[in-house]
Design a protein around this ligand. Structure first.
Ligand SMILES: C[S@@+](CC[C@H](N)C(=O)[O-])C[C@H]1O[C@@H](n2cnc3c(N)ncnc32)[C@H](O)[C@@H]1O
Length: 253
């Protein structure tokens, strides 16, 4: 029997038509990035997610994030909550997972999912295009397939950096262009809304975050770790001021 599905999204009605018109006019330019509708599968959600594990390798991702019990982690653009069980387990009952979403319908869904799956250390947070109002500084952040939907990526990254501990780490995972030729049934995003790894790294630099590690273990995806740029390039010491010989007092005669 086919799994019943509910498709939700934002930007319906006149706004959606305006957005479509804008997209048509903007042919040739890069498409605006914006949150896209997601399919919420009827319970058990986990059964749908498990089909993704074969290529997404969620446990492997969580290990690369070096999560420890008691840590605070934020899943930015948590969607339907694919990664939450893994993050929740890794930080344990003493830790905290913030599931951050901009679409209110998904916020609602995430709350229900966390309750249904007894993910007691998960708290759901409604974000804006430019900030995620997290109640406390976090040790780790991850954007799994959500970077490409950030409408204001540099502003958002700047805000996320402020929400992270100075030693915090931010991880980004996005599909690698060009489309994967393996024939796997991947939910590949439209070419127009893909973001090149070089663009992600440049935008992150603009927000004060540097890529210090790229992982090659995911078959179809770019996966990189970003740190506060100050951690890599400490503020330059104040320049030494040499006395200007030309400005010296003339020697007494
Ligand atoms: C393609 S989905 C990925 C969901 C999930 N991370 C996954 O891999 O299954 C991208 C999600 O990012 C969310 N999103 C887009 N912009 C956002 C923002 N500024 N803050 C939080 N979430 C955002 C969208 O609403 C959408 O649910």
């Amino acid at each position: 029997m086919a799994t019943p599905q509910l498709t939700i999204g934002i930007g319906r009605g006149p706004l959606m038509w305006l957005a479509l018109l804008w997209a048509t006019v903007a042919v040739g330019c890069s498409a605006p990035r914006k949150p896209a509708p997601l399919t919420i599968h009827a319970p058990p959600v986990a059964a749908v997610d498990r089909a993704r594990d074969a290529w997404q390798l969620p446990q492997w991702i969580v290990e690369r994030m070096r999560l420890e019990p008691g840590m605070v982690v934020a899943d930015i653009g948590a969607g339907t909550g694919y990664l939450l069980p893994f993050l929740s387990r890794a930080v344990g009952p003493e830790g905290k997972v913030y599931a951050v979403e901009i679409q209110p319908q998904l916020v609602d869904h995430l709350r229900k999912r966390a309750a249904a799956e007894h993910l007691d250390n998960v708290e759901v947070v409604l974000s804006t295009e430019t900030d995620a109002p997290l109640p406390q500084p976090v040790d780790r952040m991850i954007l799994l397939h959500s970077y490409r939907e950030l409408a204001q990526p540099i502003e958002m990254l700047r805000a996320l950096k402020q929400r992270m501990q100075p030693t915090g780490r931010l991880f980004v995972i996005e599909f690698l262009p060009p489309p994967d030729p393996s024939g796997l049934p991947l939910p590949l995003p439209d070419e127009k809304v893909r973001v090149e790894p070089a663009t992600i790294e440049a935008e992150a630099r603009g927000a004060g975050l540097l890529a210090t590690q790229r992982y090659t273990g995911l078959p179809h995806q770019f996966f990189a770790m970003f740190v506060h740029s100050e951690e890599v390039t400490p503020a330059a010491p104040a320049p030494r001021v040499e006395p200007d010989p030309a400005a010296q007092e003339p020697a007494a005669k």
